[in-house]
Structures are given as C-alpha cells and as structure tokens.
Ligand binder design. Structure first.
Ligand SMILES: *[C@@H]1O[C@H](CO)[C@@H](O)[C@H](O)[C@H]1NC(C)=O
Ligand SMILES: *[C@@H]1O[C@H](CO)[C@@H](O)[C@H](O)[C@H]1NC(C)=O
Ligand SMILES: *[C@@H]1O[C@H](CO)[C@@H](O)[C@H](O)[C@H]1NC(C)=O
Ligand SMILES: *[C@@H]1O[C@H](CO)[C@@H](O)[C@H](O)[C@H]1NC(C)=O
Ligand SMILES: *[C@@H]1O[C@H](CO)[C@@H](O)[C@H](O)[C@H]1NC(C)=O
Ligand SMILES: [Zn+2]
Length: 569
C-alpha cells in the first residue's frame, strides 16, 4: 500500500512520467486502501523511554486525568505506559505506536486546562472503547437564564476589558444554545457562575480550571467557580478568549472532548478557533436548539441557488460572503448588515461561482465574466462559445468543464484558457481543487483522477476507480467523495486510505474548511462532528434543496420555493 502511494506521489511531482500506473492492474480497484494501515508492532518500552522519562510519565498522567480515565491518586504502572500512550495516540489520531513521540510532546506541552472530571471506569485504560467526540459532565442547569459575576480580576488587564472578553465568550455559547447569561453586579451575594483569578504557584502548568459541586443531576447556583491561573499573562487575548470559552463550556456541562480541533479539547494549541461542530453537538445535546433554529433571510420564487465565497486564508476578503442567483439573472450579495444588495442584473447569467476574492458569472452564450475586489466593473474573460457547460472556482483558480468532455483552466489574464486533455475517453463529471496546483477530476465512469499544474495530458494519476463514485468535495485540506449507495468516504491524506464516515442516505456532499455537510434524500441536512459515523442533524425539514457554509461554521440553505435560511443555533 505504501509503495503504491509512493508511486503516486512520484508521478505527481514529475508530471511527465509517461505511464505512471499500470492501468490494467489497477482497473476496477481503488488505489487507496479502504482501511488504516496496520500499526507498526509495539516496540520494547526501552525504545521509547530514553528521553526525560519523568516528564513523559507526568504528561501521560495529566492527559488521563483530564479525561477522567484515572482515579484521582492512581498511577499508571510502568508496564502499562505503552498501552496508555496508544490510547492517547488514538485520541490524537496518530499511528498507535505506543512510543511517546514528538507530536504527543508538542500537544501535551501546551497550556493545559486543569479541570478534572469524575473518574469514569468505562473509559479506563483497560477498556478499549473510545468514542472520539464530546463528553458530558453529567449534571446540567435546571434553569436557562444564568448569571455570573467576577469575584476578582487579574492585574494584567483593565477590569472593563476582562468583563467584555468574558461577556463575548459567553455569547459564543448563547449564540448556539437556548440559554441566556447575564452578568450580576460584583457585590451580588451569589451568581450561578463565579469567575476569579488566583495564583497557583510557579510550577503549576494549568491555565485555568473549573470546579463544580453538583447535587444530583442539577448544577447549583454559586457552586461553580472558574479559576484563572494568575501566574499566566492574561494580556494575551487569544489565551484569554480561548480559556474563557473553554471553561464556560465546562460551566455549562461539557467535559473534555476527544476531538483535537474542539474548543473542549484540554490543551490550548495557540489558535483561537470557532466553536467546533463537536462542541455544538455537545451543547445541543444538553440544552437543545434555539427556537427557531433557522431564520429566513430571503423569500423569492426566482431564487435559483446560493454560493458562499470563503477566502483560503483566515482573513476574509472583500468579496467573501453569500450570493444568490435569481432566474432573472440577477446576482445578489448578502452584506454584513444583513441586506441583499444587487451585484449585477443581466438576464443572460445562468451560473455564478467564486473563490479567493473573485466572483465569476457565466452567460448562456458561454461568455464568462470576472469581478475583482475593489472594482465595480465585470471583465470578460471568455469569448462566446457553445462548448462551456460549467465553471468551477477554487483556491485562486478558475476551471471550466466543456461539452467535448475536456477541462480548461483560466490563465489569469485576458481571455486565454489552457485546455487540459482528459486522461481517457469518459468526460469530466465534476472538478475539485485542493490548492492552486492540484486538480481532482471525477469522470463520468466513476474514475477519480488527479493532476498537478501544469496539467499535461499524461500528468493525470488514477486515484480511484469505482463506478459508484458520484460526487466529490474538498474543504480545506480534506477530500470527500459520495458514492451511489449514499455513503460519504473521507480520504485520510496522512495515512492515505479511504474511510467511510457516513453509511448511507446522503444525496449530496458539501465541504468547506474543516466542515462537511450531507443532504439526505429526504431533504434533511447533517453536519459531520468529526467523529466517524456521528453527524448532527441541522435541519429535519424535508424540503432543503441546497446547503452552503463558510469557514467559521455558518450555514445557509435554500429550500424548495426559493426561500433562503441561515442556521442560528
Ligand atoms: C469497563 O467498562 C464497563 C462499563 O462499560 C465497566 O462496568 C467496567 O468496570 C470497565 N472495566 C474496567 C476494568 O474498568
Ligand atoms: C481572588 O479571590 C480568591 C479567593 O476566592 C483569592 O484566593 C485570590 O487570591 C484572589 N485573587 C486576586 C487577584 O485578588
Ligand atoms: C468557589 O469559590 C468560593 C470562594 O470564592 C468558595 O467559597 C467555594 O467553595 C468555591 N466552590 C467550589 C466548588 O470550589
Ligand atoms: C477576543 O475577544 C474579543 C471580544 O470578543 C475580541 O474583540 C478579540 O478580537 C478576540 N481576540 C482574538 C485574538 O480572537
Ligand atoms: C448593506 O446594504 C444596505 C442597503 O444597500 C446599506 O444600507 C448598508 O450600509 C450595507 N451594509 C454594508 C456593511 O455594506
Ligand atoms: Zn477543560
């Protein structure tokens, strides 16, 4: 398996390899295995325990305690350390070698949350089950209008700033859950949640912890303290924001998630991230959804479709946002104050596409037009032609699919396109691009091929041959395909294997950033939580016809009849 991957990569790097893969041998099979490679055999403990044994052991213990896998004063026997490390590696989704490696060291050297949930025997070292997803603390609030107050402040920042940072952190959760939170005056005798700063001593590496006393199933007022370690520098607002959002997650009833990208993961890896679908699924499972869950932002029978333009980088571009095309040819942009504003109105427009701060429109006569940020005029980039059937924009590139089955790529200037010859007779069914150099092409017979710039005729690599491949989607670095049985398959591009993340029922797949959505045959819309097989239903109405999302996790859908909705929970 590894060898095949190596061949594939070698072919990609040099696109002039004449016949990189034996076509006969490959036909009918996927060139990518459909299971994770077998883990390397367990090495002798002595192999992995050369360097700073004590620190490694301490990190492993801290990790276990952060998840309630270990009783408060218990220690993992040395003989069981490799097994413990494998369990951590399973969470971190790295090969389970049982050797404490660099990646573990990197993750576990980050500032750590000191919240320690109750010991859970079902998750102990001897039990192999591991659901990589959110974990609930257990008790929850019996009322939904919560209060908090500051017991005291850190001297690192003006108090007013701390209050506004914490208020914004609460808002991140109240935006998606049917709860309200207000700040009680600091002289109030009691609030539901108390926030304080306390020195924890020079050797303590936890940035904060939340402790709670729960009587039975309900969280009790005044018994939840969020304690920030005042030995940390709180004038770093990334750390402050992250810590506040994370600890508030605890105060609302979430324990530590096993999804590394989630806010509720116990280590702060340095970036302030949006609340992950896993966190959302967790808080929804406690408090339900806001009502209404979706808010209608347009209602017009002429709406034909919506697109979302998201920049590749985390900073948003001027052209980023939600656009709709009407059957009258009008293009409208949903501006940041929530108003649809006309961008163009031309009855010949039949398709819009966009990426990386450019918006494109295609006309019935095959002409293609481009709008650049900061300019108010559309520039024609393709002459009239009966050969154009679709345009596709991704990364900083624009491609077209043609009636003759071939694909072309816009040169970036004038009206010049370069034709990319197909690998074989079947025509292109769908294009996807993971970056500005790599083009994926799903052919009508289900073959999935890939090429690298400059896309020479013999540069195509057959990645997968499966007649049941019906659609592909790329979000960020992640590649997904939809099969005719309704399953969604993710490509693990590190370990290089296919993994089914949805069994059946899917009719379309849409990916953006690290989010992936599935629309089922019954019209329901689902979001992948990051855990194999676990999807959260975002909409159960049976009439959705299209779903788009952005890099921050916002979602819009169009339902039959042309109404456009935004997810508000
Ligand atoms: C394994 O989990 C089960 C519950 O799923 C629990 O009853 C049992 O005690 C656990 N085993 C150990 C060794 O903790
Ligand atoms: C805040 O209050 C706690 C007691 O709840 C105390 O231990 C801590 O030192 C105080 N911190 C500051 C910065 O005053
Ligand atoms: C929270 O802190 C207060 C003092 O500010 C203390 O009286 C109380 O016991 C603490 N509660 C918990 C659960 O630690
Ligand atoms: C932290 O939160 C505040 C308040 O929402 C915001 O103004 C600031 O940009 C955030 N900082 C970072 C680094 O996200
Ligand atoms: C959005 O459009 C409305 C109506 O054209 C306009 O009043 C408002 O200023 C626009 N907002 C932004 C942020 O462009
Ligand atoms: Zn925590």
């Amino acid at each position: 398996m590894k060898r095949l991957f190596a061949v594939l990569l070698a072919g990609l790097v040099s696109s002039c390899v004449s016949s990189p893969i034996n076509d006969v041998e490959a036909r009918g099979t996927s060139l990518i295995p459909s299971a994770a490679p077998t883990p390397t055999p367990t090495p002798q403990p002595s192999d992995g325990w050369r360097v700073d044994k004590n620190k490694q052991s301490r990190n492993v213990h801290n990790f276990f305690k952060a998840y309630g896998w270990l009783k408060k004063d218990d220690a993992i026997p040395n003989t069981k350390l490799p097994a413990a490390i494998r369990k951590i590696q399973k969470v971190l989704k790295v090969p389970q070698t049982g050797i404490y490696d660099e990646h573990m060291e990197t993750v576990m050297s980050k500032p750590r949350c000191g919240t320690i949930p109750q010991y859970d025997p079902s998750e102990s070292l001897d039990n192999s089950t591991l659901h990589s997803r959110f974990v609930l603390w257990g008790p929850k609030w019996d009322h939904t209008s919560l209060t908090y107050r500051f017991v005291n402040y850190t001297a690192d920042l003006p108090a007013a700033q701390q209050r506004s940072l914490v208020s914004a952190a609460f808002a991140r959760w109240t935006q998606i859950a049917p709860i309200t939170v207000t700040e009680a005056p600091s002289n109030a005798p009691r609030a539901d949640i108390h926030i304080r700063f306390m020195s924890m001593g020079p050797t303590e590496d936890v940035y904060a912890f939340t402790n709670m006393i729960a009587d039975g199933l309900a969280l009790s007022s005044g018994l939840i303290n969020i304690t920030f370690n005042d030995d940390f520098q709180w004038n770093d607002d990334r750390l402050f924001n992250y810590t506040a959002v994370h600890e508030i997650g605890h105060a609302l009833g979430l324990s530590h998630s096993k999804v590394e990208e989630a806010i509720m993961f116990p280590f702060f890896e340095g970036d302030i991230r949006p609340i992950h679908p896993d966190d959302q699924a967790g808080v929804h499972s406690i408090y339900g959804w806001k009502n209404p869950t979706w808010s209608r932002i347009d209602s017009n029978v002429a709406s034909k479709g919506v697109i979302q333009i998201s920049s590749a980088s985390s900073t948003s571009g001027i052209i980023d946002g939600l656009y709709q095309l009407r059957s009258t040819g009008q293009i409208l942009w949903y501006n940041s104050s929530g108003t649809w504003t006309s961008v163009d109105n031309n009855r010949d427009t039949i398709q819009i596409a966009g990426a990386n701060n450019f918006l494109y429109q295609r006309h019935t006569d095959g002409t293609i037009w481009k709008l650049t940020a900061g300019s108010s005029t559309w520039r024609q980039i393709n002459p009239a032609s009966t050969n154009v059937i679709e345009i596709y924009a991704a990364a900083d590139q624009l491609y077209m699919r043609r009636k003759d089955g071939w694909v072309a790529r816009y040169s970036g200037s004038g009206q010049t396109w370069s034709t990319i010859q197909q690998p074989s007779t079947p025509s292109s069914m769908q294009l996807a691009a993971s970056d500005s150099r790599t083009l994926w092409n799903l052919l009508a017979n289900g073959d999935l091929v890939r090429s690298e710039y400059p896309y020479t005729a013999d540069g195509w690599q057959v990645v997968d041959q499966n007649p049941s491949n019906v659609a592909i989607a790329i979000g960020g670095e992640e590649f997904y395909k939809l099969q005719s049985d309704g399953s969604i398959v993710w490509l693990d591009s590190k370990e290089w294997y296919w993994k089914i993340i949805e069994d059946k029922g899917s009719k379309s797949v849409y990916a953006v950033g690290s989010y992936v959505y599935s629309r089922h045959g019954d019209g329901s819309v689902w979001r992948y939580t990051g855990t194999e097989g676990v999807w959260e239903m975002l909409d159960s109405r049976a009439d959705s016809s299209m779903v788009v999302g952005d890099r921050k996790g916002s979602v819009w859908e169009m339902v039959s009849g042309g109404d456009i909705y935004k997810l508000v929970s």
